[in-house]
Design a protein around this ligand. Structure first.
Ligand SMILES: CC(C)(COP(=O)(O)OP(=O)(O)OC[C@H]1O[C@@H](n2cnc3c(N)ncnc32)[C@H](O)[C@@H]1OP(=O)(O)O)[C@@H](O)C(=O)NCCC(=O)NCCS
Length: 340
């Protein structure tokens, strides 16, 4: 059996960080080959520009001296201060040799020292009748004593086959229910006049979206955190498109959504947050922001072809909108939770 040694990666200049990146690329190509290769700039940014409230420590595991596994351990410091989040990747050629367990043990001991009560991490799984996915992540998590706390389903929209006429009709129907609202758009920086509304809506997301058994507090957002996140995202070269709905009577933005292009490739985006303030639900604002934002992003990103979105399996309203737009299920992502 190879000796496994886990060492912290202190900076992005450390060659170990490039080796960690190569492990993530190889693992993803083996496990979820339909996902585009993660881009180096994006990975680099995770080390050089962590998101506010989410300081992350990075570790490389070597087996017999060779790079074999990578751990990113996030210990939130603005909220969720009893939680730790783990991301563990083991190179396909080094699996079932104890590398994952060694990385997990390191995460657990640091998290305990830092007073954390639980660790959370996600792993892909196949959907019934869906494309094949390895069950290594689930088996591993179960072996370590973690419990499935929330199941997300990833759905994909293929813009090469999307029915644009149907989308236009869906949007026109939605506007019939939305008298008294108008649109606002922004790219990477939310206009100052709306920043408090966006902080409020951002902070609601984990209150409003189904969280299953996952113990994750609503995140605390304010102007400073939003501006710091924007700076980190810009430094990571992410391109973000946002559409909001303004309630004309009060001037407040009461719904918004974000599409996020994580730099390369230019044809791929993540559908991020979509939220409607509870008092303004029932006016099709969720449909409106998503469809208008898709239009907005496509104007500026003509190469865009594929959008992935993750929703809790029980988030029926959001899923209904997505399905009507043409998003289709690909696989599931289980959030595993372990009490320390
Ligand atoms: C899950 C993953 C990290 C496991 O790494 P690993 O180095 O192969 O794991 P270990 O060798 O330390 O396995 C520890 C135990 O987990 C269980 N396990 C791991 N992979 C398994 C598999 N494919 N089938 C069944 N059990 C498995 C076993 O009980 C194993 O102990 P054993 O080999 O003595 O039977 C690796 O497959 C991977 O990188 N997967 C993709 C990313 C991911 O899902 N990460 C986990 C979520 S954070």
């Amino acid at each position: 059996m190879d000796t496994i040694v886990v060492t912290p990666i202190e900076s992005a200049e450390d060659p170990a960080y490039r080796q960690a990146y190569q492990i993530v690329v190889a693992g993803q190509a083996a496990d979820v080959p339909d996902m585009p290769e993660p881009c180096w700039d994006f990975f680099l940014g995770k080390m050089t520009h962590p998101l506010p409230g989410q300081p992350t420590r990075h570790f490389l595991a070597r087996a017999g001296g060779e790079p074999a596994g990578y751990l990113a351990l996030t210990l939130p410091d603005l909220d969720n201060t009893e939680n730790g989040h783990v991301e563990i990747h083991v190179h396909p050629q080094y699996r079932r040799r104890g590398v994952g367990r060694a990385l997990f043990d390191r995460a657990g001991s640091i998290a305990r020292q830092e007073g954390r009560k639980r660790l959370i991490g996600d792993a892909v799984a196949a959907l019934p009748g869906g494309v094949a996915r390895p069950d290594a992540g689930a088996q591993f998590a179960r072996t370590l004593g973690a419990k499935p706390a929330l199941t997300d389903v990833r759905r994909r929209l293929d813009l090469t086959t999307v029915d644009d006429d149907a989308l236009a009709e869906q949007l026109a129907r939605a506007w019939l229910r939305a008298d008294g609202y108008s649109l606002v758009w922004w790219r990477d920086v939310v206009p100052g006049e709306y920043i408090d509304d966006i902080a409020y809506l951002d902070g609601r997301l984990n209150k409003d979206a189904p969280m299953g058994d996952l113990v994750w507090e609503p995140e605390i957002f304010d102007r400073r955190r939003i501006r710091a996140a924007e700076a980190a995202n810009r430094a990571r070269k992410r391109r973000r498109y946002n559409t909001g709905v303004r309630h004309n009577a009060t001037g407040r933005v009461v719904a918004f959504t974000t599409l996020d292009l994580p730099h390369c490739p230019a044809d791929y985006a993540w559908q991020q947050i979509t939220i409607v303030e509870p008092q303004h639900r029932g006016h099709r604002l969720g449909t409106i922001v998503k469809l208008e934002n898709l239009r907005y992003a496509r104007v500026h990103e003509p190469a865009l072809r594929t959008i992935d979105t993750w929703n809790a399996a029980e988030n029926t309203h959001m899923i209904a909108i997505n399905e009507e737009m043409g998003f289709r299920p690909v696989d599931s992502w289980i959030n595993w939770q372990l009490n320390l």
